[in-house]
Design a protein around this ligand. Structure first.
Ligand code: NAP
Length: 238
């Protein structure tokens, strides 16, 4: 299937079966985009997409484990067949492990697990979907980062996670530079401390507030920024 001018934009969100990713799907579909809700567990992704379809939103579930190259390839094929490509990619999937441990105590395997999802997974998903965006001269990539990855204010609360999000920010700069002037805008965002399984019940922000800047960046106009880090729709320091 080929994409045609005038077709609704297609957005793919990773790790979207719950939390901030699910709310990003809801808000993007609410703005009229066709949304591909992906999750590593097909049944959970289907259930989440079903919930949004129940709200009369155009949401389709596709299985995607960002740490599994075969899963990424299968997702890309399925998306090409059903939608003809992706205009918007939200790299939202992440893991937070070894919280509270110090750098010198964290088993290197925990760093690997963290980087496999939060960094290498993003690289591989971008390699799958961004070249076609460049070819069509339109794309929006939003990398969901964290205040934990902000070098200028970094704390020691979750070293592996912090280092992975700082790497994700660097990845954002790299991808933005390599797609500059080609119609593809690449940015990263700190959603704030949000009430999800990762953020916990005591977090001050709702998923609606956490998703807001992600959705804003996913729908930027052609003259929008690229290669920047945002919080609450404002650029922030690295
Ligand atoms: P969450 O509720 O824990 O959701 C994480 C999502 O990522 C889940 O859907 C999970 O799937 C998915 N995921 C994990 N590994 C995956 C893999 N290998 N392939 C595909 N999906 C995978 O977390 P959240 O709070 O919504 O976080 C969303 C994003 O916001 C993350 O990038 C996080 O780092 C960032 N963030 C969150 C906060 C916060 O306070 N919540 C603050 C700053 C940044 P399963 O259900 O299968 O596990």
């Amino acid at each position: 299937m080929a994409r045609r001018d005038g077709d609704a934009r297609v957005a793919l969100v990773t790790g979207a079966n719950r939390g901030i990713g699910l709310e990003v799907c809801r808000q993007l579909a609410g703005q009229g985009l066709r949304v591909i809700l992906t999750g590593r567990d097909r049944a959970r992704a289907e259930a989440a997409a079903g919930e949004l379809r129940g709200e009369k939103l155009d949401v389709t579930a596709v299985a995607l484990d960002v740490t599994d190259a075969a899963s990424i390839r299968a997702c890309e094929r399925e998306v090409q067949k059903q939608f003809g490509g992706v205009d918007v990619l939200v790299n939202n999937a992440a893991v937070l492990v070894a919280e509270g441990a110090t750098l010198l105590d964290i088993p290197v395997e925990d760093f690997r697990t963290t980087f496999d999802t939060n960094v290498f997974g993003v690289v591989e998903v971008c390699q799958a979907f961004v070249p076609a965006m460049v070819a069509r001269s339109y794309g929006r990539v939003v990398n969901v980062s964290s205040g934990a990855g902000q070098l200028s204010s970094m704390t020691t609360y979750a070293p592996a996670y912090s280092i992975s999000k700082a790497a994700l920010n660097a990845l954002t700069i790299q991808l933005a530079a390599s797609t500059k002037g080609r119609g593809v805008l690449v940015n990263c965002v700190n959603p704030g401390w949000v009430r999800t399984r990762m953020g916990g019940r005591g977090a001050p922000r709702s998923v609606e507030a956490g998703a807001d800047t992600i959705v804003w960046l996913a729908t930027l106009p052609a003259n929008g920024p690229t290669g920047k880090f945002f919080s609450d729709r404002r650029e922030i320091a690295w």
